[in-house]
Design a protein around this ligand. Structure first.
Ligand code: PLP
Length: 397
C-alpha cells in the first residue's frame, strides 16, 4: 500500500492537495493507489472529455506515440491543418494557432488584441475584462483575471485592462465611453473559476453588436465552457453569435495538453511570421489527441449527451436541493453545473472524496460539477445520490 504524504517535500507548495493519488480510470470512474473507487464529477477540471481509458482514444494515441510524438513548428504537422480546419468548421471562424494550455491561448488572444490596436495606430491598447473572470496565471492573464487572490504578490500587473461587471450593458457602455484606445472585449461565456456565472444570451448579443459598431474584437475564452461541455461545441453558440477570437484548451485533447486560439476574419491575419510561437504547441501527439477527441465526440453523440444528461443532472439537483435553506442557486448548462451555497463550503471537496465522489468547490461557496461528457443518466443519478446527503449534512452542521 502506498502512503500519500500530506505534504510533498520536493514539489513547490502551489496546491492544497487532497491526500489521494489516482492510479487509473475507466469511463467516469477512477481508482486511487490504495484501490479506493471514485466517481469522477470533475474530469481533471473539465479536461477528460472522453472520460478515462476510452476504447477509441487510447489505441489512437498509442499509434501516434509509436510514430512520432514531437517534431516542432519548423516543419508541417498534417494534423495541425486537420484540427484547425475542423475547429474552423465547428466555430464558423477561419484560422487557429496551437499551444498547450489555456493561459497560453489567452496570452495569444491578448497579443492579438494589442497588435490589432497597434496595426490601427493605437499605441496603448486597452481590453475590457470582467469581474470574477479567470484567464490564467501568467503575468498578463492574471492581470486580466478578476480575482485579487490570484494577483496578490505579483505586481506590478500588466496595464491596459478595464474591468466591468457581468451582464450589465449600461456599465459596459459607461466604462468605455470616450475611450479611443479600446481594442477588445474579453469574456468567458460561463465563468468557471469565478463560480459558474453565465453571461445572458441577450447580453452576449448586445456585446457582439457593440464590438461591431466600435470595431473592437470580441474575444471569448471558451477554455472551460467550450468543447461540447454545455451541449454545443462552444457555449457562446447558444446566443447565436460568433467571436473574433476564441481561446480553447482543457477538453480539446481529452487529457493530452492542447490549447488553441481560433480566430475569425478580423483577427486571423494579425500575426505574421516572428510575432508568436511555441516549442510544444501543435505537436503531432497533441494534434492527434485533438483530432481524435472531436472525431469520437461526433461519432458518439457527446454534444447531445452533455445536453441531455446535463439537463437530467440539473433537474435532479434542483429537485433534491433546490428549495433548501442555505442553497442560494443551482446554475449552469449541460455538464458545467454549479450549486451555490450561502457560505464557504470548501470542506465539501474532502467529504465528497471520502464518500467516493470527485468534485471541486470554486469561489469558496460554489460546488462545481464538470464530469466527463460520456456520463450517462445512471451515473448522473449516482452523483446526485452521493452529493445530496453530503450537502444536506453540511447545511445542517
Ligand atoms: C476560462 C479559463 N481560462 C483559462 C484558464 C487557464 O487554463 P490553464 O490552466 O490551462 O492555463 C482556465 C483554467 O481554469 C479557465 O477556466
Amino acid at each position: 500500500m502506498a502512503l500519500i504524504e500530506a505534504a510533498s517535500p520536493h514539489t513547490m507548495n502551489t496546491y492544497g492537495r487532497l491526500p489521494i493519488a489516482l492510479s487509473h480510470g475507466q469511463g467516469v470512474r477512477v481508482w486511487d493507489v490504495n484501490g479506493k473507487e471514485y466517481l469522477d464529477a470533475l474530469a481533471g477540471i473539465a479536461v477528460n472529455t472522453l472520460g478515462h481509458n476510452h476504447p477509441k482514444l487510447v489505441p489512437a494515441l498509442q499509434d501516434q506515440i509509436g510514430k512520432i510524438i514531437h517534431s516542432c513548428n519548423y516543419y508541417h504537422v498534417p494534423n495541425q491543418e486537420r484540427l484547425a480546419a475542423t475547429l474552423a468548421e465547428l466555430s464558423g471562424l477561419t484560422n487557429a494557432f496551437f499551444c498547450s494550455t489555456g493561459l497560453e491561448a489567452n496570452e495569444a488572444a491578448i497579443k492579438l488584441a494589442r497588435k490589432y490596436g497597434h496595426d490601427k495606430g493605437i499605441e496603448r491598447p486597452e481590453i475590457v475584462v470582467y469581474e470574477n473572470a479567470f484567464h490564467g496565471r501568467s503575468i498578463a492573464t492574471l492581470s486580466a483575471t478578476g480575482n485579487e487572490k490570484v494577483q496578490q504578490g505579483f505586481g506590478p500587473l500588466v496595464e491596459g485592462f478595464i474591468r466591468v461587471p457581468l451582464n450589465d450593458m449600461a456599465a459596459l457602455k459607461a466604462a468605455t465611453e470616450g475611450r479611443d484606445a479600446i481594442v477588445a472585449v474579453f469574456l468567458e461565456t460561463i465563468q468557471g473559476e469565478g463560480g459558474i456565472n453565465p453571461m445572458r444570451v441577450d447580453y452576449l448579443q448586445q456585446v457582439r453588436q457593440l464590438c461591431d459598431q466600435r470595431d473592437w474584437l470580441l474575444m471569448i475564452d471558451e477554455v472551460q465552457c467550450g468543447m461540447g461541455r454545455t451541449g454545443k461545441w462552444f457555449a457562446h453558440q447558444w446566443a447565436g453569435i460568433k467571436p473574433d477570437v476564441m481561446p480553447l484548451a482543457k477538453g480539446l485533447g481529452s487529457g493530452v495538453p492542447v490549447g488553441a486560439v481560433v480566430a475569425g476574419p478580423k483577427a486571423a491575419n494579425i500575426f505574421q511570421p516572428g510575432n508568436h510561437g511555441t516549442t510544444f504547441g501543435g505537436n503531432p501527439l497533441a494534434m492527434r489527441a485533438g483530432v481524435e477527441t472531436i472525431r469520437i465526440m461526433q461519432e458518439d453523440g457527446l454534444l447531445e449527451n452533455a445536453a441531455g444528461v446535463g439537463a437530467h443532472l440539473k433537474g435532479a439537483l434542483e429537485r433534491d436541493l433546490g428549495g433548501l435553506r442555505g442553497v442560494t442557486e443551482i446554475r449552469g448548462q449541460g455538464l458545467m453545473l454549479g450549486i451555490e451555497l450561502a457560505r464557504n463550503c470548501t470542506a465539501l471537496t474532502t467529504r465528497a472524496a471520502e464518500a467516493g465522489l470527485l468534485i471541486s468547490v470554486t469561489a469558496d461557496n460554489v460546488i462545481r460539477l464538470l464530469p466527463p461528457l460520456v456520463l450517462n443518466r445512471g451515473e448522473a443519478d449516482e452523483i446526485v445520490a452521493l452529493l445530496v446527503p453530503l450537502v444536506k449534512d453540511f447545511l445542517a452542521s
